[in-house]
Design a protein around this ligand. Sequence first.
Ligand code: 6GU
Length: 226
Amino acid sequence: MLRCDILAVIPELLEGPFQHSILKRAQQKGLMEVHVHDLRDWGQGKHRQIDDYQYGGGAGMVLMVEPLWRAITDLQQKTTYDEIIYLTPDGKTLNQSMANALSLRGNLLLVCGHYKGIDERIREHLITMEISIGDYVLSGGELAAAVLVDALGRLIPGVLNNETSALEDSFQDDLLSHPVYTRPEEFNGWEVPAVLMSGHERKIREWREDQALARTQARRPDLLSS
Ligand code: 6GU
């Protein structure tokens, strides 16, 4: 069972992603739980303040240490987390092997930053892992958290069936996927490769392996050199 608590500044951004298809089924089957929390519930004062100007000057707000500390320690009363993950563009870039490892953990707390980020003291003292989903900047960590939870959820044993098995994914064996085709056999004169129509299992397997390798060599040679 994978439990993901997500501490968000804009929880509305996370209302959609887990209500459909595979991740919905994962939760219905009791294989995964996703709980979204509004950081503002731990904000201070009448305005439930969660951010403030940064010391030293400069544009952009910073998420304050107290609301984050209260939120995280509150959530820790109920759940013991294996990792407390801060989603940030300066974290370690997510890849499939990190996803594989994290999907085996029990309880994760994902902390979404916003604006200029979060007070460094939270990173020093409470965060156990920092993850980026790629070399570009998003306006906040919520969409990154959704990407991470999606990548993890589909890896939990029992979530995918045989047809959607993660074992044949791109990246699972450091190769891109082979091309795929479905009906009709010919469209606009564009034909499906004959080998796929041959019923010859070994030839089909070899063709797919060749295609996957050629595609990886052409598009992502970096995957082969490591
Ligand atoms: Cl985790 N957060 C933000 N704000 N931007 C990102 C990111 C995370 N990963 C890539 N870009």
